[in-house]
Design a protein around this ligand. Structure first.
Ligand SMILES: *Cc1c(COP(=O)(O)O)cnc(C)c1O
Length: 383
Protein backbone atom coordinates (compact mmCIF):
# COMPACT_ATOMS: atom_id res chain seq x y z
CA UNK A 1 0.00 0.00 0.00
CA UNK A 2 1.34 3.42 -0.93
CA UNK A 3 0.26 6.39 1.17
CA UNK A 4 0.09 8.73 -1.83
CA UNK A 5 -2.97 8.60 -4.06
CA UNK A 6 -2.09 7.69 -7.64
CA UNK A 7 -4.53 9.77 -9.71
CA UNK A 8 -6.06 8.31 -12.87
CA UNK A 9 -4.32 11.06 -14.79
CA UNK A 10 -2.06 14.03 -14.22
CA UNK A 11 -0.95 16.41 -17.01
CA UNK A 12 2.79 16.50 -17.71
CA UNK A 13 3.65 20.22 -17.57
CA UNK A 14 7.34 21.14 -17.45
CA UNK A 15 9.46 24.28 -17.27
CA UNK A 16 9.28 24.61 -21.09
CA UNK A 17 5.50 25.05 -20.99
CA UNK A 18 5.74 27.51 -18.08
CA UNK A 19 8.43 29.57 -19.87
CA UNK A 20 6.53 29.51 -23.15
CA UNK A 21 3.22 30.63 -21.58
CA UNK A 22 5.02 33.30 -19.53
CA UNK A 23 6.65 34.67 -22.68
CA UNK A 24 3.23 34.90 -24.32
CA UNK A 25 1.72 36.62 -21.27
CA UNK A 26 4.52 39.22 -21.47
CA UNK A 27 4.20 39.64 -25.24
CA UNK A 28 0.96 41.63 -25.15
CA UNK A 29 -0.73 39.21 -27.59
CA UNK A 30 -2.95 36.74 -25.72
CA UNK A 31 -5.58 35.53 -28.15
CA UNK A 32 -5.28 33.92 -31.61
CA UNK A 33 -2.00 35.09 -33.13
CA UNK A 34 1.56 34.01 -33.93
CA UNK A 35 1.68 31.14 -31.40
CA UNK A 36 -1.48 29.59 -32.82
CA UNK A 37 -0.09 29.83 -36.36
CA UNK A 38 3.17 28.20 -35.23
CA UNK A 39 1.33 25.43 -33.37
CA UNK A 40 -0.84 24.74 -36.44
CA UNK A 41 2.16 24.53 -38.74
CA UNK A 42 4.12 22.21 -36.48
CA UNK A 43 1.05 20.07 -35.85
CA UNK A 44 0.27 19.75 -39.58
CA UNK A 45 3.86 18.71 -40.23
CA UNK A 46 3.80 16.02 -37.55
CA UNK A 47 0.40 14.72 -38.67
CA UNK A 48 1.49 14.63 -42.29
CA UNK A 49 -1.44 16.90 -43.19
CA UNK A 50 -1.58 19.88 -45.54
CA UNK A 51 -3.74 22.02 -43.24
CA UNK A 52 -4.35 22.23 -39.51
CA UNK A 53 -6.91 24.52 -37.86
CA UNK A 54 -6.55 25.11 -34.11
CA UNK A 55 -9.71 25.56 -32.04
CA UNK A 56 -10.67 25.56 -28.37
CA UNK A 57 -11.80 21.90 -28.16
CA UNK A 58 -12.12 18.67 -30.11
CA UNK A 59 -15.88 19.09 -29.81
CA UNK A 60 -15.56 22.42 -31.66
CA UNK A 61 -13.36 20.75 -34.30
CA UNK A 62 -15.97 17.99 -34.84
CA UNK A 63 -18.75 20.59 -35.07
CA UNK A 64 -16.84 22.69 -37.63
CA UNK A 65 -15.92 19.55 -39.61
CA UNK A 66 -19.59 18.55 -39.96
CA UNK A 67 -20.50 22.17 -40.81
CA UNK A 68 -17.94 22.49 -43.60
CA UNK A 69 -18.99 19.24 -45.30
CA UNK A 70 -22.57 20.53 -45.27
CA UNK A 71 -24.47 18.41 -42.73
CA UNK A 72 -28.13 19.46 -42.68
CA UNK A 73 -31.30 18.79 -40.73
CA UNK A 74 -32.56 15.26 -41.37
CA UNK A 75 -29.17 13.85 -42.42
CA UNK A 76 -27.77 10.77 -40.71
CA UNK A 77 -24.24 10.50 -39.32
CA UNK A 78 -22.88 7.14 -38.15
CA UNK A 79 -21.23 7.18 -34.73
CA UNK A 80 -19.98 4.31 -32.55
CA UNK A 81 -21.94 3.84 -29.32
CA UNK A 82 -18.68 3.20 -27.44
CA UNK A 83 -17.57 6.83 -27.25
CA UNK A 84 -17.75 10.08 -25.33
CA UNK A 85 -20.74 12.45 -25.43
CA UNK A 86 -19.03 14.88 -27.83
CA UNK A 87 -18.86 12.53 -30.85
CA UNK A 88 -22.65 12.29 -31.16
CA UNK A 89 -23.82 15.57 -29.66
CA UNK A 90 -22.24 17.57 -32.51
CA UNK A 91 -24.53 15.70 -34.92
CA UNK A 92 -27.58 16.87 -32.97
CA UNK A 93 -26.42 20.51 -33.31
CA UNK A 94 -27.62 20.26 -36.94
CA UNK A 95 -30.89 18.44 -36.08
CA UNK A 96 -29.28 15.53 -37.89
CA UNK A 97 -29.52 11.98 -36.47
CA UNK A 98 -26.61 10.21 -34.83
CA UNK A 99 -26.99 6.58 -35.94
CA UNK A 100 -25.23 4.40 -33.37
CA UNK A 101 -23.22 1.28 -34.24
CA UNK A 102 -21.87 -1.44 -31.93
CA UNK A 103 -18.15 -2.01 -31.29
CA UNK A 104 -15.84 -4.97 -31.89
CA UNK A 105 -15.24 -7.13 -28.82
CA UNK A 106 -11.44 -7.09 -29.27
CA UNK A 107 -10.44 -3.47 -29.99
CA UNK A 108 -13.69 -1.77 -28.90
CA UNK A 109 -13.48 0.17 -32.17
CA UNK A 110 -16.47 0.51 -34.48
CA UNK A 111 -17.61 -2.77 -36.11
CA UNK A 112 -17.11 -2.02 -39.82
CA UNK A 113 -19.59 -4.66 -41.10
CA UNK A 114 -22.34 -3.27 -38.87
CA UNK A 115 -21.33 0.25 -39.86
CA UNK A 116 -21.89 -0.65 -43.51
CA UNK A 117 -25.31 -2.14 -42.70
CA UNK A 118 -26.31 1.10 -40.94
CA UNK A 119 -25.86 3.16 -44.13
CA UNK A 120 -29.07 4.57 -45.68
CA UNK A 121 -29.63 7.12 -48.47
CA UNK A 122 -29.64 9.78 -45.71
CA UNK A 123 -26.16 8.91 -44.42
CA UNK A 124 -23.76 11.81 -45.06
CA UNK A 125 -20.82 11.04 -42.79
CA UNK A 126 -19.18 8.51 -40.50
CA UNK A 127 -17.26 9.50 -37.37
CA UNK A 128 -14.95 6.62 -36.44
CA UNK A 129 -13.41 7.01 -32.98
CA UNK A 130 -9.90 5.63 -32.46
CA UNK A 131 -10.76 4.07 -29.11
CA UNK A 132 -8.01 4.36 -26.47
CA UNK A 133 -5.62 5.49 -29.22
CA UNK A 134 -5.83 2.46 -31.50
CA UNK A 135 -6.74 3.49 -35.06
CA UNK A 136 -9.94 1.99 -36.52
CA UNK A 137 -9.69 -0.16 -39.66
CA UNK A 138 -9.34 2.92 -41.83
CA UNK A 139 -8.74 1.22 -45.18
CA UNK A 140 -12.00 -0.72 -44.87
CA UNK A 141 -13.91 2.31 -43.57
CA UNK A 142 -12.68 4.60 -46.35
CA UNK A 143 -13.49 1.97 -48.99
CA UNK A 144 -17.08 1.64 -47.75
CA UNK A 145 -17.41 5.42 -47.46
CA UNK A 146 -16.14 6.03 -51.00
CA UNK A 147 -18.56 3.48 -52.46
CA UNK A 148 -21.50 5.27 -50.81
CA UNK A 149 -20.22 8.84 -51.27
CA UNK A 150 -19.96 9.41 -47.51
CA UNK A 151 -17.42 11.65 -45.74
CA UNK A 152 -15.17 10.30 -43.00
CA UNK A 153 -14.52 12.61 -40.03
CA UNK A 154 -12.16 10.93 -37.56
CA UNK A 155 -12.52 11.50 -33.84
CA UNK A 156 -8.84 11.25 -32.95
CA UNK A 157 -9.23 12.66 -29.43
CA UNK A 158 -7.22 9.64 -28.16
CA UNK A 159 -4.95 9.10 -31.13
CA UNK A 160 -1.90 11.36 -30.91
CA UNK A 161 0.43 9.93 -32.04
CA UNK A 162 -0.97 6.88 -33.83
CA UNK A 163 -0.58 5.12 -37.17
CA UNK A 164 -2.60 2.69 -39.23
CA UNK A 165 -0.59 0.67 -41.75
CA UNK A 166 2.21 3.24 -41.81
CA UNK A 167 -0.22 6.15 -42.24
CA UNK A 168 -0.19 8.80 -39.54
CA UNK A 169 -3.58 9.55 -37.98
CA UNK A 170 -4.29 13.09 -39.14
CA UNK A 171 -3.52 12.31 -42.78
CA UNK A 172 -6.02 9.48 -43.45
CA UNK A 173 -9.71 10.50 -43.49
CA UNK A 174 -11.40 13.62 -44.90
CA UNK A 175 -11.01 15.59 -41.67
CA UNK A 176 -9.36 14.45 -38.42
CA UNK A 177 -10.17 16.03 -35.05
CA UNK A 178 -7.80 16.00 -32.07
CA UNK A 179 -8.26 16.99 -28.42
CA UNK A 180 -5.88 18.79 -26.07
CA UNK A 181 -8.19 18.46 -23.09
CA UNK A 182 -6.29 18.09 -19.82
CA UNK A 183 -6.52 14.26 -19.69
CA UNK A 184 -5.43 13.68 -23.30
CA UNK A 185 -1.97 12.65 -24.54
CA UNK A 186 -0.89 16.28 -24.92
CA UNK A 187 -2.74 19.24 -23.44
CA UNK A 188 -3.35 22.96 -23.77
CA UNK A 189 -5.79 22.94 -20.83
CA UNK A 190 -8.64 23.03 -23.32
CA UNK A 191 -8.01 22.82 -27.05
CA UNK A 192 -8.48 20.96 -30.29
CA UNK A 193 -7.21 20.72 -33.87
CA UNK A 194 -8.73 19.73 -37.21
CA UNK A 195 -6.46 18.47 -40.00
CA UNK A 196 -7.38 18.02 -43.66
CA UNK A 197 -6.02 17.93 -47.20
CA UNK A 198 -8.87 20.13 -48.45
CA UNK A 199 -8.02 23.85 -48.53
CA UNK A 200 -11.65 24.90 -48.97
CA UNK A 201 -12.70 23.01 -45.82
CA UNK A 202 -9.70 24.32 -43.87
CA UNK A 203 -10.61 27.90 -44.83
CA UNK A 204 -14.27 27.35 -43.97
CA UNK A 205 -13.43 25.85 -40.56
CA UNK A 206 -11.03 28.71 -39.79
CA UNK A 207 -13.55 31.36 -40.79
CA UNK A 208 -16.42 29.70 -38.91
CA UNK A 209 -14.25 29.28 -35.81
CA UNK A 210 -14.28 33.08 -35.47
CA UNK A 211 -17.81 34.38 -36.16
CA UNK A 212 -17.58 33.76 -39.91
CA UNK A 213 -15.45 36.90 -40.32
CA UNK A 214 -13.46 37.25 -43.51
CA UNK A 215 -10.26 38.58 -42.03
CA UNK A 216 -7.71 37.15 -39.72
CA UNK A 217 -8.03 39.13 -36.43
CA UNK A 218 -4.31 39.04 -35.92
CA UNK A 219 -3.84 40.99 -39.18
CA UNK A 220 -6.65 43.40 -38.29
CA UNK A 221 -4.80 44.65 -35.23
CA UNK A 222 -1.27 44.79 -36.63
CA UNK A 223 0.36 47.80 -38.30
CA UNK A 224 -0.61 46.60 -41.78
CA UNK A 225 -4.15 45.67 -40.70
CA UNK A 226 -7.37 47.64 -40.85
CA UNK A 227 -10.66 47.76 -38.92
CA UNK A 228 -12.61 46.46 -41.88
CA UNK A 229 -14.27 42.99 -42.04
CA UNK A 230 -17.23 41.22 -43.57
CA UNK A 231 -19.47 38.47 -42.20
CA UNK A 232 -20.06 35.74 -44.76
CA UNK A 233 -21.91 33.33 -42.53
CA UNK A 234 -22.89 33.44 -38.84
CA UNK A 235 -20.12 31.43 -37.23
CA UNK A 236 -18.99 30.39 -33.77
CA UNK A 237 -16.47 31.44 -31.12
CA UNK A 238 -14.14 28.48 -31.26
CA UNK A 239 -10.69 30.07 -31.80
CA UNK A 240 -7.67 28.90 -29.81
CA UNK A 241 -5.79 31.46 -27.70
CA UNK A 242 -2.05 32.12 -28.03
CA UNK A 243 -1.78 31.25 -24.32
CA UNK A 244 -3.09 27.74 -25.07
CA UNK A 245 -0.93 27.38 -28.19
CA UNK A 246 2.14 28.48 -26.18
CA UNK A 247 1.51 25.40 -24.00
CA UNK A 248 0.77 23.20 -27.02
CA UNK A 249 4.04 23.90 -28.87
CA UNK A 250 6.36 22.34 -26.23
CA UNK A 251 3.76 19.61 -25.53
CA UNK A 252 3.79 18.63 -29.20
CA UNK A 253 7.59 18.60 -29.21
CA UNK A 254 7.50 16.12 -26.29
CA UNK A 255 4.68 13.99 -27.66
CA UNK A 256 6.96 11.22 -28.97
CA UNK A 257 8.77 10.98 -25.63
CA UNK A 258 5.45 10.87 -23.77
CA UNK A 259 4.25 8.14 -26.13
CA UNK A 260 7.38 6.04 -25.61
CA UNK A 261 6.73 6.05 -21.86
CA UNK A 262 3.04 5.13 -22.28
CA UNK A 263 4.01 2.34 -24.64
CA UNK A 264 6.51 1.00 -22.11
CA UNK A 265 3.87 1.10 -19.36
CA UNK A 266 1.38 -0.69 -21.62
CA UNK A 267 4.01 -3.40 -22.11
CA UNK A 268 4.55 -3.65 -18.33
CA UNK A 269 0.79 -3.99 -17.74
CA UNK A 270 0.66 -6.67 -20.42
CA UNK A 271 3.54 -8.66 -18.92
CA UNK A 272 2.21 -8.25 -15.39
CA UNK A 273 -1.42 -9.18 -16.07
CA UNK A 274 -1.44 -11.51 -19.09
CA UNK A 275 -1.72 -14.72 -17.02
CA UNK A 276 -4.68 -13.47 -14.94
CA UNK A 277 -7.58 -15.66 -16.11
CA UNK A 278 -10.29 -13.17 -15.14
CA UNK A 279 -8.81 -10.42 -17.33
CA UNK A 280 -8.88 -9.70 -21.04
CA UNK A 281 -6.12 -7.24 -21.94
CA UNK A 282 -6.13 -4.74 -24.83
CA UNK A 283 -5.72 -6.38 -28.21
CA UNK A 284 -3.66 -4.50 -30.81
CA UNK A 285 -4.21 -5.06 -34.53
CA UNK A 286 -1.22 -5.85 -36.75
CA UNK A 287 0.27 -2.82 -38.48
CA UNK A 288 -1.05 -0.38 -35.87
CA UNK A 289 0.83 2.14 -33.79
CA UNK A 290 -1.35 2.50 -30.68
CA UNK A 291 -1.22 5.90 -28.94
CA UNK A 292 -2.01 4.27 -25.55
CA UNK A 293 -4.08 7.19 -24.33
CA UNK A 294 -6.01 4.57 -22.32
CA UNK A 295 -5.21 1.08 -21.06
CA UNK A 296 -8.60 -0.64 -20.84
CA UNK A 297 -8.85 -4.10 -19.26
CA UNK A 298 -11.97 -6.30 -19.21
CA UNK A 299 -12.86 -8.08 -15.97
CA UNK A 300 -14.83 -11.32 -16.31
CA UNK A 301 -17.19 -11.30 -13.29
CA UNK A 302 -17.55 -15.12 -13.39
CA UNK A 303 -13.85 -15.68 -12.91
CA UNK A 304 -13.10 -12.89 -10.46
CA UNK A 305 -13.74 -12.70 -6.72
CA UNK A 306 -15.17 -9.22 -7.17
CA UNK A 307 -17.09 -7.41 -9.90
CA UNK A 308 -16.06 -4.34 -11.89
CA UNK A 309 -17.59 -1.67 -9.63
CA UNK A 310 -16.25 -3.32 -6.49
CA UNK A 311 -12.84 -3.61 -8.14
CA UNK A 312 -12.73 0.14 -8.89
CA UNK A 313 -13.85 0.90 -5.30
CA UNK A 314 -11.18 -1.37 -3.86
CA UNK A 315 -8.49 0.12 -6.12
CA UNK A 316 -9.49 3.55 -4.81
CA UNK A 317 -9.13 2.27 -1.23
CA UNK A 318 -5.65 1.14 -2.24
CA UNK A 319 -4.94 4.69 -3.47
CA UNK A 320 -5.29 3.95 -7.18
CA UNK A 321 -7.53 6.11 -9.39
CA UNK A 322 -9.26 4.33 -12.28
CA UNK A 323 -12.03 5.22 -14.70
CA UNK A 324 -14.49 3.70 -17.19
CA UNK A 325 -14.39 4.51 -20.91
CA UNK A 326 -17.16 4.68 -21.81
CA UNK A 327 -20.75 4.41 -20.66
CA UNK A 328 -22.00 3.57 -24.18
CA UNK A 329 -24.18 6.31 -25.64
CA UNK A 330 -27.21 4.02 -26.12
CA UNK A 331 -27.45 3.50 -22.35
CA UNK A 332 -27.89 7.23 -21.63
CA UNK A 333 -31.42 8.61 -21.12
CA UNK A 334 -31.23 11.09 -24.01
CA UNK A 335 -30.34 8.46 -26.61
CA UNK A 336 -32.75 5.86 -25.18
CA UNK A 337 -35.66 8.27 -25.08
CA UNK A 338 -35.03 10.21 -28.29
CA UNK A 339 -34.16 7.31 -30.62
CA UNK A 340 -35.59 4.32 -28.75
CA UNK A 341 -32.24 2.58 -28.37
CA UNK A 342 -32.28 -0.46 -26.05
CA UNK A 343 -29.36 -2.24 -24.36
CA UNK A 344 -29.88 -5.32 -26.55
CA UNK A 345 -29.50 -3.30 -29.77
CA UNK A 346 -25.76 -3.12 -29.07
CA UNK A 347 -24.96 -6.40 -27.31
CA UNK A 348 -21.18 -6.13 -27.46
CA UNK A 349 -20.94 -2.61 -25.99
CA UNK A 350 -23.64 -3.41 -23.40
CA UNK A 351 -21.78 -6.53 -22.25
CA UNK A 352 -18.37 -4.84 -22.22
CA UNK A 353 -19.65 -1.84 -20.30
CA UNK A 354 -20.03 -3.97 -17.14
CA UNK A 355 -16.47 -5.28 -17.50
CA UNK A 356 -14.20 -2.42 -18.56
CA UNK A 357 -11.75 -0.57 -16.31
CA UNK A 358 -9.30 2.09 -17.50
CA UNK A 359 -6.02 1.88 -15.59
CA UNK A 360 -3.75 4.89 -15.06
CA UNK A 361 -1.22 5.28 -17.90
CA UNK A 362 0.68 8.56 -18.31
CA UNK A 363 4.29 9.72 -18.38
CA UNK A 364 4.03 11.43 -14.97
CA UNK A 365 3.68 8.10 -13.14
CA UNK A 366 6.65 5.88 -12.35
CA UNK A 367 7.42 2.28 -13.24
CA UNK A 368 7.01 1.49 -9.54
CA UNK A 369 3.47 2.92 -9.74
CA UNK A 370 2.69 0.57 -12.65
CA UNK A 371 4.00 -2.43 -10.69
CA UNK A 372 1.94 -1.39 -7.67
CA UNK A 373 -1.23 -1.27 -9.81
CA UNK A 374 -0.44 -4.73 -11.21
CA UNK A 375 0.16 -6.27 -7.76
CA UNK A 376 -2.96 -4.68 -6.30
CA UNK A 377 -5.19 -5.94 -9.13
CA UNK A 378 -3.77 -9.47 -8.85
CA UNK A 379 -4.47 -9.46 -5.11
CA UNK A 380 -7.98 -8.04 -5.44
CA UNK A 381 -9.35 -10.36 -8.06
CA UNK A 382 -7.95 -13.42 -6.41
CA UNK A 383 -4.89 -14.64 -8.24
C1 LIG B 1 -12.23 13.91 -24.93
C2 LIG B 1 -13.00 13.43 -26.08
C3 LIG B 1 -13.65 14.31 -26.95
C4 LIG B 1 -13.84 15.78 -26.66
O1 LIG B 1 -12.68 16.49 -26.56
P1 LIG B 1 -12.75 18.01 -26.03
O2 LIG B 1 -11.42 18.58 -26.47
O3 LIG B 1 -12.90 17.95 -24.55
O4 LIG B 1 -13.89 18.67 -26.71
C5 LIG B 1 -14.24 13.81 -28.10
N1 LIG B 1 -14.23 12.48 -28.35
C6 LIG B 1 -13.64 11.60 -27.52
C7 LIG B 1 -13.65 10.15 -27.90
C8 LIG B 1 -13.03 12.04 -26.35
O5 LIG B 1 -12.49 11.15 -25.51
Amino acid sequence: MTDQFLPFHRPQIGEEEIASVTETLRSGWLTTGPKVRQFEQEFAEQAGASYAVAVNSCTAALHLALECIGIKEGDEVIVPTMTFAATAEVVTYFKAKPVLVDCRPDTLNIDVEQMERAITPKTKAIIPVHFAGQPCEMEKILKVARVHGIKVIEDAAHALPAQDNGKVVGSIGDITCFSFYVTKTITTGEGGMATTENLEWADRMRTMSLHGLTKDPWRRYTAEGSWDYEIFSPGYKYNMTDIAAAMGIPQLAKSKKFWETRQRYAQLYHEGLKDVAALTLPSVRDGVQHAWHLYVIQLDPDRSRIGRNECIEQLKKHNIGCSVHFIPLHLHPYYRETYGYQPEHFPVATRLFDRIISLPIYPGMTEANVHYVIETIRELIGE
